[in-house]
Design a protein around this ligand. Sequence first.
Ligand code: FES
Ligand SMILES: [Fe+2]
Length: 366
Amino acid sequence: MIGEVTRAAVVASGPSTTLIYDDWYPAMRASEISGQRLAKAMLLGIPLVLGRTSSGRYFAMRDSCPHRGIPLSYGWFDGKQVTCKYHGWAFEPVSGQCQEIPSLTKSDSLDPCRIYATAFPCEERDGHVWVYVPQSGRGKLRAEDLSQLPLVPEVPKFSRRFRSAYLTADLPCNIDHGIIGLMDPAHGPFVHQAWWWRSRASIHEKEKRFEPIENGFRMTAHQPSANSAPYKLLGVYGEPITTTIDFVLPNRRYEIIRCGEKWFASLTTVTPTIENHCRIDVCAAWNVLAWVPGFTSMLKFFGAIFVGQDQQTMVEQAAGLRYGPALMLIDDADKPAKWYFALKQARLRGTGEHPMAGPVTLHWRS
Ligand code: FES
Ligand SMILES: [Fe+2]
């Protein structure tokens, strides 16, 4: 898989937002970690150093030595231990356990093994390195906590053989604006206008059914949008097409299109990196149209245009948000955004109640 990174060179200001901890977030592409290289990433404002041990385990540590705070990424990694550049403390990077303090003498009673650098649970899925970010101050995760972590998110797959691709872009906005943008149904005809896709004149009334799911909501459809090209392409299979789009806290949008044995699925996440910045990552997998030459490149080409249009809109929106304007959410087009905020509040309060009592049909024009 090859990926493109587009960076938005804009600094956004304005109020930040609360973050959801105790969940998995994609930190970076696994392909950026090779050999004994230490890679750096920012996740929820936390600096990370990532790598892969010689036995093949990915690790993610806070990029800060517990001794005096120098970034561990300045140090050395031999495939087994990360050694701090300042006083040479050596850490096992998956657990964070300190294994050696070179300055200790025989008369010292300090046991290095009781010292831990902060290490986060870390797993690879779909070519992304996912990191579990606990609430800060919770202390080290114990073995029993680790065995109860939620599953690492991944793109749903429905056959053994499939193709895949991914895209990423920085968004100069806080996580809430990033997610609203992800779930916003009404911007399509304006932001994503293109002769090969759709025009503003193609706007028409839509009726979509939503239902509550755990930690989110689902949009179901048996007859996908008549005016969207990929669905027209799938028409070649002559089977009924079904599509579902799920939003799941904290930041995930799953889209699954199925047509008999054929399927196309994607997982899009918007991940807080530094204050007022997010990164959007789109991972897709499919077994459709494998015989069309250049289908993967075509998909990536058009996908990059789409993500670029959303990114450009966020850059422009940031120019307005700088002055802290009052904003509004309207029915029905912004109803998914309202559900997101309600779900998030319930999660942050720890109450977990769902804003939807049952299935709802929404109407909007797009
Ligand atoms: S600061 Fe890392 S060993 Fe002292
Ligand atoms: Fe968009």
